[in-house]
Structures are given as C-alpha cells and as structure tokens.
Design a protein. Sequence first.
Length: 366
Amino acid sequence: MVILLEPDRPDHAAIVKAVRSAAARFAGVKVKPYEFSGTTHAFTEVHLVGRTETVPAADFEAIPGVLRVVRVSSKYRIIGRHGEKDSPVGFDANGVRFDDFHLTVIAGLCAVDTRRNVDAMFSALAKEGLTAARMGAYKPRTSPYDFQGLGAKCLPTVFELAGKRGIRLVAMEVTDIRQIDEVHAALKKAGGPTQVLFQVGTRNAQNFELLKALGKQKAPVLFKRGMGITLEESLNACEYIASEGNPNIVFCLRGVKSHLGDPHRNLVDFAHVPVVRRQTRMPVCVDPSHSVGSMRASPDGIPDVFHATAQGVISGASSVLVDFHPNPKEALCDGPQALTLDRLRPFLDYVGAVRRTYEELVRIVS
Ligand code: PEP
Ligand code: MN
C-alpha cells in the first residue's frame, strides 16, 4: 500500500508521523517513507509493507496532507508506476537533470587513461555547455589479462579536472562495495568539486550486495540492463536499489548478448525504452556505444552509433551515455567504438534534432 503525500509540503515529516501512528494500529504492517526530489517538485511517499490487505485506505485518506492511497499489486513497489500515467519521473543530480523534459548527454572516456586525455575530454564537453561526463576508473573486463582500469589512483585527477571544467556529474562504474567508499573518500579529499553517478555495469546487474550498498547511498545510480537476463530481472534489480532507500536510478539500455546482433557488439534493445517508461518511473538512458561497438558508418555517412542513438531518443529515452575519446588509438578500453572530439558538435546537433522530432511526434499522437 502506498500513501502519496501532497507534493512540496513543508510539514511532510509531521504527516509521515500521523501516517505512522495510524499504521501502528495494524499488526504486521511496517512503515517505510521515501523522498523523491523531482525536477520541479519534492514528493514523499509512505509505503506500508506486510499484511496490508485488510487495512482500510480511508483511514489514511482522511489524514490532512495525504493526496492519495494506492494499493500496489506490482512487484516494483518503489520504481513502479502503479497504473498512474502522470507519475513524477526523475530527479536532479547536482544540477544535471534526468526527467521527461530534458535530454541529457553523458559523454566521455570508457576508461580513464592519461591526465591529458581526461582534460581534453572535459574541456570539449565544457565548450559545448555539457556538465555530465563518463569516466571509468574500475573496468570489469572479460579477460583477467586485459586492462582493468586505473582504479582509485586516478580519482583525484578525474575529480580535480572535472571541478576545473565545470563538470558537475561523473558517471563512474563501481564493481565492488569497497570502491563506493574509495570514490566518496576521493571526492571528499578533493573538496567535492563534482558529484558522481554510480554506474552498475551489465555484468553486475544481479550483484545483489552491490545493489543493496548503492541503495544506501545518496548519490544517484545509473543501472545498465543485464545483458543476459530478462528485462523483468533487471527491473527487479533496480527495485533492490530503491528498496534500500535510493530511488534515484536511471535505467540504461545497452544491448543484449546474442549473436543475432552480429556484426554489432550486442543486439540493440532500444525498442524496450517505452516498455520501461510504461512500467516504471525511472528515467531511461540508452548507451549506443556498448550496443554497437564500432565506428562503422552506413552509406549516408552516419555512424551506426548515431543511428542507434536516434532509435533510443525517438522512442523516448531522455539520456544518452556515449563513448568519446580525444585519440581512440590511445584508449586502453573500447577505443574502436569511441567517437572523436570533432564529432561532438555534430552528435549533439543530431541528438537535438531527433529529440525535437520525438517531441513533435508526441504532439501528433496525443
Ligand atoms: C561501460 O559503460 O563502460 C561498460 C562497461 O558498459 P556495460 O556494463 O554496458 O558493458
Ligand atoms: Mn566500455
């Protein structure tokens, strides 16, 4: 059972208290409040968990400040939409928006290598007014002999340069709980010049201990769909994060493992964008780089990575995670799929055009 409070109530703590005391009359019912910081409004929900079948909704509807009571049959208690079309979607992450109204591009290196490349990347983004970047310090690799990422030792450089170039959010994959603390410690030591968007890679989509640990963080999470599991299993994984207290999750499609996708690295699954948007309140991202895995272009000159991006954005994805590199030959991971910096402006123009078309399509169809 979900009790939705009226948004932006300064007295929300008092309302939660009233809900708690009303719930105390029912045995076997636990109370879990959640705060959602939407882009334009702040929302509070109180979830009643346990034996709620016989709990009357009217008792809670009568509490001043309660907007509505919803009986939840869905297994996605927190991330789910519960049948409402107009649920608030998204959040603000240190000034970077993830919601239905903005298109956010998170571009950068697959893996951190040199200080020079990190700075060239951030400078290029700053020049285009972008404030979100991707930078992998911990790389989960298929072979133990491949480059594993520079790890904690590159974090001071990444955070210092991000701060200098006005990058407000750095998407950073963590593969182990200990790395969460390393990232926090490095951010603190650097004086908090930026913030992180913790990334769960596709290979860790069902690493439940990692998911639960990320659920206890204040920092938002970008969750990559598991490449070899069902969509439902991936959504349940996100519910793990949310159920621990962190509802600020971006759901990222990145293709699925199947030889039917050859010669692309993965089979592009961006037709699932509307499915995730319908079933959940998570903003949806697409990663065309790890889906396509190369810089090959069609005869029209447009790289497959651009085409795949368009498929995601035209379907309603509101963010794009994409690999760029100042010199892909120097890249220590995924160089062949990295766009060069001279492509950044054309990429942004292209994405902007697709987004405007999507908005026009929404007007036409609605
Ligand atoms: C990445 O984004 O760097 C990455 C490793 O992606 P994925 O987990 O989707 O393979
Ligand atoms: Mn990569």
